[in-house]
Design a protein around this ligand. Sequence first.
Ligand SMILES: Cc1cc2nc3c(=O)[nH]c(=O)nc-3n(C[C@H](O)[C@H](O)[C@H](O)COP(=O)(O)OP(=O)(O)OC[C@H]3O[C@@H](n4cnc5c(N)ncnc54)[C@H](O)[C@@H]3O)c2cc1C
Length: 433
Amino acid sequence: MNPTQPVIAVVGGGISGVILTIALTRRGLNVQLYEQAAKFGEIGAGVAFGPNAVRAMGVCSPDVTRAFETVVTRNQSPEKQQVWFDFCDGFSDYPVGEEKVLFTLANEMGVMSVHRANFLDAMVKLVPDGITQFNKRLESIEEPDSLNDKVKIKFQDGTEALADAVIGCDGIKSRTRAWMLGQNHPGAKPVYTHKYAYRGLIPMEKAIEALGEQNAKNAKMHLGRDGHFLTFPVQGGKTMNVVAFRTKSDPWPDQSRMTKPSTKEAAFADFKDFGPTVQKIIELLEPNLDIWGIFDTGDHPMAAYNKGRVCVVGDAAHATSPHHGAGAGICIEDSAVLAELLASPEIRAAGMRGFEAAFQIFSDCRKERTQWLVQSSRRSGDLYEWRAKGVEDDFEKIGAECKERCEKIWDGQIEDMCHDALSCVATALQRVN
Ligand SMILES: Cc1cc2nc3c(=O)[nH]c(=O)nc-3n(C[C@H](O)[C@H](O)[C@H](O)COP(=O)(O)OP(=O)(O)OC[C@H]3O[C@@H](n4cnc5c(N)ncnc54)[C@H](O)[C@@H]3O)c2cc1C
């Protein structure tokens, strides 16, 4: 820490908070990272990244890309290196492992997946020592009375901290967002999308034995009516990750918890109309499974991601359902753009006003793409499940629309995003001064 320089408090040590912290500290900025848990950790299994995410990692820091390369798993077959997913008919009665491929989406890097915990561990090693405080659950924030005062952060344990600026990376149930909008604002809480997912991991040898090598070792999306089922390799190909989505109109039982315990029997019942390959994959799952409710912020998108010297980033700002496999990637784009802004010499020279200007630019520049992703992900979930209006089970139309939507994500050029944001600095500084 350089005591003469302002302090940025980052609240939340998930993918957004940790990568943003790395990006800021690598640019010589002072950061204090506050995490509610007793240690860094991720729950859940695999997370996939597209080319836009990998390019954004490089802007955050080349060390982030290098660390990612140590934990990434790609499709295992040489001819599938550029394939994102093969989209198959998981509903019809094809024999196990012989589902019809309806269409394939591909990009220059293919699908790049990591085991969440391994990825976070690799990133955490890049966070400088001594700047993280654990067991610090943000309760509320107090804005300063004047430019010379600091923002006060209050934690659930009764302690407080002061910072010159606060960045909420506290995820889908963000306290920072609730503080910015007001507790009773409908956007303060995420909404249930009426989709839920079973998640599981299957040892690769078992998956190969049951499904055949090509099916087990490469990313597959099994489409069907009111459900979809995806499998991809993680952990260097030692494990097959499974995420099985189902749509139902029932309400989610407990809004305060996003997961609930379930069983393989319940998964069989949910996917009873699906084809033999999907049934076979369920057979391979553990008897006890967790169900994840799929929530997002799509009903009440935030009008702004900033308020004075406070800002929200990642899921705290724009939590998306996972149907594009791009939520974490877009968090990394956020981190890259915000780090570039906060490190800009003009922003740094402007002191406290610089934070206000940077956060305003961040909000203005990121809103459209990030909120589009939230809506597009909802639409994609429905396309995979033959529920999208005007498309239903017309596979040619599903393929064409999925391609167009995915390419908009993958083609995102982080250098251009940063350039556009930085080109707003002079005007934004004039506005706040
Ligand atoms: C089923 C599923 C599958 C997904 N698959 C993909 C995928 O394949 N590809 C992809 O790109 N994205 C995927 N996503 C989305 C991705 O997981 C998220 O976008 C990403 O993890 C969000 O990171 P984050 O750091 O913003 O939030 P989080 O990961 O939620 O991290 C928030 C952090 O803040 C801490 N925190 C929370 N509240 C407080 C508080 N009050 N005070 C202090 N600390 C606090 C938490 O403990 C946590 O460490 C998926 C999501 C789901 C649900």
